[in-house]
Design a protein around this ligand. Structure first.
Ligand code: 5AD
Ligand code: SF4
Length: 504
């Protein structure tokens, strides 16, 4: 009998095989039993799924359609690219409409609103399923890691066919096959994992920029946050795997990468051969073809001088740092288990602004954490005024069951939180508009991302500091970096004019 490796088109470290166009499922003998090792096993199930999809195409006289809807953060957006890649290989036609043969929601649970949205959408899907009884409904992502959620789905949402979590997304093809074969509700949730399965297909949203996971999970346990419970312990990918992926992306035309992790500043600490995030950045910088490097998210407590030095000397690392503050009150920061004080945050921001001129600092702020007083809130406003964030995401504290903060007394009344939230938003917006004017009149490189949504004589792109710029140009510029004269700041974005030859 042949070995699993011979049967599949795929050798474990053959990264080119993840190019969607080069995957050859035809060479897989699906009459053999499934191989045990990954990712060969998943390629086997992709081939099995494809057989069923082909049969359904013949029966229905049309292609089978699939919709992937993403809630939440960049990590989820990245995971959805993996889901889409697998669906493409299986033979589904992609659709933006939820009137599809297969619909999967990649869920978020960081705030309660995100959960409510999913339940709302599910009601709509159940109606669609009445029209198309063979429709398959799947749910995955962070929300599925919460046992209460899965119980509720099992009890009251029996029309959902497929439920899996964040740790076993690599098993998507295998689980989908079980549904296609006729199982009514397939549920597979892992509590945690130390496994990182490399080299599965992914379909990129943009041809010229791409997120790259460098680590998974989080060990910080901020007391309000559910992420460590639903994304598990911190695991770093090996630098050689990351570099292989970046090299492959660069060969495929990607010029900007965004390195993704919940806390990139602690990257590499748990590897067999530990390396720092700054060292990883230096390696990524060496990859030919990569022109811009972004990363997120940074935790202030782990941001090293080494990283500042690397950012300072780099011409590729973008002058943008997302540095969540969460609160400006040292007392609240302690209750949040953030492990820095107001003074330490201010000193860090000061150092960053001094060392890296032009750096854009953005942040996340939570209002209404349990026990937050007006004085604590004033400390937050004080930090906002002192740091002058280029932009800030502001959140109303949301109680997440199972987190330490959910059990804290002194939950702040809604009306007080809303009032603080509005005051914070006004201040944050005023400052970001002022900060945005910083580069008015300058000529700076812009990576062109799309034709403008409202006016097709314009294109839209991003400065290294992440601000949007609209300027006259055609779609041939998409994916190119061009120098643009920033003529007018319009609050949170710029209008500009192309200034010189397109850089090739
Ligand atoms: N309530 C409100 N905001 C939260 N965040 C994380 N957990 C909560 C919560 N329970 C915010 C933090 C984090 C961002 C991604 O979401 O500000 O940085
Ligand atoms: Fe949540 Fe804190 Fe981890 Fe960020 S660092 S994911 S806020 S626990």
């Amino acid at each position: 009998m042949s070995t699993a490796e011979e049967r599949t088109p795929f050798k474990s470290k053959d990264v080119n095989a993840v190019d969607l166009h080069s995957i050859d499922l035809d060479s897989i003998d699906t009459t053999n039993p499934a191989p045990e090792e990954e990712p060969a096993r998943q390629y086997y199930f992709m081939a099995k799924c494809r057989e069923i999809i082909k049969e359904r195409e013949l029966e229905d006289g049309r292609r089978q359609t699939a919709n992937v809807t993403t809630f939440g953060c960049q990590m989820n957006a990245k995971d959805s690219e993996k889901l889409r890649g697998i669906l493409d290989v299986i033979g589904y036609e992609r659709t933006e409409s939820e009137e599809a043969d297969f619909v999967i929601y990649n869920t978020c649970t960081v705030r309660e609103n995100a959960n409510l949205k999913v339940y709302g959408h599910l009601g709509y899907l159940s109606n669609l399923k009445k029209k198309n009884p063979r429709m398959i409904i799947g749910l995955c992502g962070c929300m599925m890691q919460e046992p209460d959620v899965v119980e509720k789905l099992k009890k009251s949402y029996r029309f959902v066919n497929l439920i899996f979590g964040t740790h076993n997304i690599f098993k998507f093809a295998e689980l989908l096959y079980q549904v296609l074969e006729g199982q009514r509700m397939v549920i597979d949730i892992w509590q945690d994992t130390d496994k990182i399965v490399e080299d599965l297909p992914a379909d990129r949203t943009y041809s010229f920029k791409c997120g790259v996971n460098i680590m998974y999970g989080c060990n910080n346990f901020c007391t309000y946050c559910i992420v460590p419970y639903v994304r598990g312990r911190e695991r770093s990918r090996r630098p050689e795997d990351i570099l292989c992926e970046v090299e492959r992306l660069a060969k495929d035309g990607v010029i900007e990468v965004m390195l993704l992790g919940q806390n990139v500043n602690s990257y590499g600490k748990t590897l067999d051969e530990p390396i720092s995030f700054a060292e990883l950045l230096k390696m990524v910088e060496q990859v030919p073809g990569i022109e811009r490097i972004r990363f997120m998210t940074s935790h202030p407590k782990d941001l090293s001088d080494e990283l500042i030095a690397v950012m300072k000397q780099s011409s590729k690392i973008c002058c943008h740092l997302h540095l969540p503050l969460q609160s400006g009150s040292s007392r609240i920061l302690k209750k949040m288990n953030r492990r820095y004080t107001k003074e330490q945050y201010l000193a860090l921001a000061d150092k960053l602004r001094r060392e890296i001129p032009g750096l854009s600092i953005t942040t996340d702020i939570i209002v209404g954490f349990p026990g937050e007083t007006e004085e604590d809130f004033q400390e937050t406003l004080d930090v906002v005024q002192k740091v002058r964030f280029d932009s800030a995401f502001t959140f109303i504290y949301s109680k997440r069951t199972g987190t330490p903060a959910a059990a804290m007394e002194d939950q702040v009344p809604d009306d007080i939180v809303k009032d603080r939230f509005n005051r914070l938003l006004t201040l944050v917006q005023t400052i970001s508009q002022e900060m945005a004017t910083r580069v008015e009149g300058q000529t700076l490189p812009v990576l062109v991302e799309s034709v403008n949504d409202h006016d097709d004589s314009l294109v839209t792109g991003r400065l290294a500091n992440n601000l949007l710029v609209h300027f006259p140009g055609g779609k041939d510029l998409i994916g190119k970096i061009v120098d643009v004269h920033l003529t007018e700041c319009k609050g949170f974005y710029y209008m500009g004019e192309i200034s010189c030859e397109v850089m090739e």
